[in-house]
Design a protein around this ligand. Sequence first.
Ligand code: SF4
Ligand code: SF4
Length: 496
Amino acid sequence: MNEMKMKTKSLCPQCLKVIDAEVYESDGKILIKKRCEEHGEFDDTYWSDAELYHKFARWQYEGKAGITLTKTDKGCPFDCGLCPEHKSSTMLAIIDLTNRCNQHCPTCFANAAVAGYLYEPTMKQLEEMMKLLRSEVPPCPAVQFAGGEPTIREGFVDIVKMAHKIGFAHVQVATNGIALANSEQFCRDLVEAGLHTVYLQFDGVTDEPYKVLRGIPALKTKLKAIENCRKGGLRSVMLVPTLMKGVNDHQIGDMVKFAAKNLDVVRGVNAQPISFEGRVDESERKERRLTIPDFIKRLEEQTDGEIPRESFYPVPFVLPFSYFVEAWKGIPLLEFTVHPHCGAATYVFVENGKFIPITEFIDVEGLMEFLMEGAVEIKKSRIGRLKTMAKLILSGEKFIDREKAPDVFNENFTTFTDMLKEGNRDSLAKFHRKTIFIGVMHFQDAFNFDLERVKRCGIHYATPDGRIIPFCSYNAIHRPSVEKAFSTPLRKPHSE
Ligand code: SF4
Ligand code: SF4
C-alpha cells in the first residue's frame, strides 16, 4: 500500500504566515513538515499511529457555521470569524471572563501578570456575546467560562445566572479549583445559579505533575475541591489533565481509576495534550510532544487492556445520531462536524472493579450506519418515518450483546428504545450518570497547525468585538489583538 501524502496549509511558527505543508505517513506514524521562505523548515509528529489515523479519517463530514459574521478577505485563519468558509457550528462556546489568575503556572503565557494588562469584558459585553451565540442556527447549546481563572472574576455567580437565563442548556466553568476548595458555600451558590459542570484542572493523582506544570503541589486542593462539589451538590465534575510526556502520561490510567471511584460526582476525564507556545527548544518540543494515539495507547497499557484502542472514535462519529433525531423531530440539531483528528472519545462502564467500554457490547459502527439510513428514510416520507421507527423497535436490539453488557446497563436500558428515547435529555443524562466519559482533544499550536482542522473547529471563543473565533485560531493568532483592544492597564481598577 502507498503511504499517505497530503497537501495542506499550516503556519510558520515564527512569523505566523500561512505556508504550504505536507501531512505524510512514515514508519507507521503521521508527520507534518513545512518550509517558510524566511525561517526555514519545521517538522513535527501529527499523529503517532498511522493505522488509527486512517480509521478516524473515515468520519470526515462537511458541516456549516451556524452564523456568518465576517467576510472572506485575507484568507483562513485571518478572517475569523465566523467567516463564510467555516464548516462547523459552535458546539461549545468559551468566554474568557478575566486574564487574572490566583495561580502562577510556569506553562501559562496568557495571564495578566505576564501580559501586563487586564482583560475583563464588561457585564454588558458578556450579555451581548452570549446572546449572539444563542442566535446561531441551531443555537449554541453550551458555554464554558474560562480565563485566567474565571471564578475570581467579580460577579461570577451573576454571570452564571445570566448564562442560564439566556438559555444555555449547559453552563460550565474551567477552573483550577482553588475557589471551590475554599468554600463549600460557593459550590452551593453555583448550583443555585445554574452551573452544570466543572472542568477541573487535574493533572495527576500525586503532587509531582503539579509541581512541574503548576509550580505548586496542588493535589490536596483538587481533592478538597471535589469534596466540596460533592457536599455542595455540584455533581458533574470533569477532570481535565494537561498532559506532557514524561511528566504525567504514566498516570492516565490512575486518573481514569480515580474517576471511577468518584463516579457520584466525577463524570470523566477529558485530557488535553500540551500545546507549545512561543519559542520552545526543538528537542524539548519533540521529546514532550504527546498526540491523541499516545494517550490512547497509554490508557490501554495502564488499564491492562481493559480500555483498548478500539474503544475510541473521533468526535464526528456520533453525527448520524444528530441526523436521526433532527429528521425525527424536524428541528435543526447541532452537528458534530469537527475534524476527525482533533479529538477522540469513548464511554466506559465500571462493574466489579473492571472497565467495560461501550464498544465491548454495542456494535457502535453498525448502529450509527443504521441511524444514518433511518434519517434518510424518515426525510423521504411520512411512511418512511413510521417504517423506520417500527424497524428501530424491532431490530435495534441486534446491536446490543446483552450477555456482555454490564448489569447496570441491562437494568437501566431494558429495551433498545430506552437507550435512544428520541434524543431525550433525561435518557442521555441517565446514561452519563452510569458511565465514565473519556475524551482527549489535541489543541493545535503553530508547529502542528492544520488549516483543514481549524476550518472545522466546533469550539469557539466569543469576543467583545462581536466575533466568534475558532479556539485554535484564537490562541495561535487572534488572542493578543482582541485582548489588547479590550484591556485596561493592569494597575487601574476596572470599571463597568
Ligand atoms: S478558522 Fe474558520 S472562521 Fe476562521 S478564517 Fe478559517 S474558516 Fe474562517
Ligand atoms: S479547538 Fe482546535 S483541536 Fe479542538 S476542534 Fe477546534 S481546531 Fe480542533
